[in-house]
Design a protein. Structure first.
Length: 100
């Protein structure tokens, strides 16, 4: 299956250093949780305990997604609408569908 070309764009308004540090901390915590879950599975830990940790990492990732979505709405989307590009609303709706 061929890989899709990168569709990433550069933000016009850079994220603040504080916001990036916060995201970095949250992502590192989630990665640590996932590594812990991998160890739990490798060690044949009780399924209920593994599921509890999986639920915790899912909530952590969802919180990261909400923070990035808020930043996207407050910066990228506002800038695009102010520039007259209302098609960005459709993009936002498509993004929201990915999280429901």
């Amino acid at each position: 299956m061929p890989s899709e070309p990168c569709c990433c764009h550069q933000k016009h308004t850079p994220r603040s250093d504080e916001f990036k540090r916060d995201l970095d901390k949250r992502i590192n915590r989630a990665v640590g949780q996932l590594n812990g879950i991998k160890s739990m599975i490798d060690d044949d830990r009780y399924c209920g305990d593994v599921l509890t940790q999986l639920a915790a990492v899912e909530k952590a990732v969802a919180a990261i997604s909400r923070a990035v979505m808020q930043d996207h709405l407050e910066t990228c989307v506002v800038e695009q609408v102010q520039a007259g590009n209302t098609e960005v609303i459709g993009e936002v709706m498509d993004l929201l569908k990915k999280f429901s």
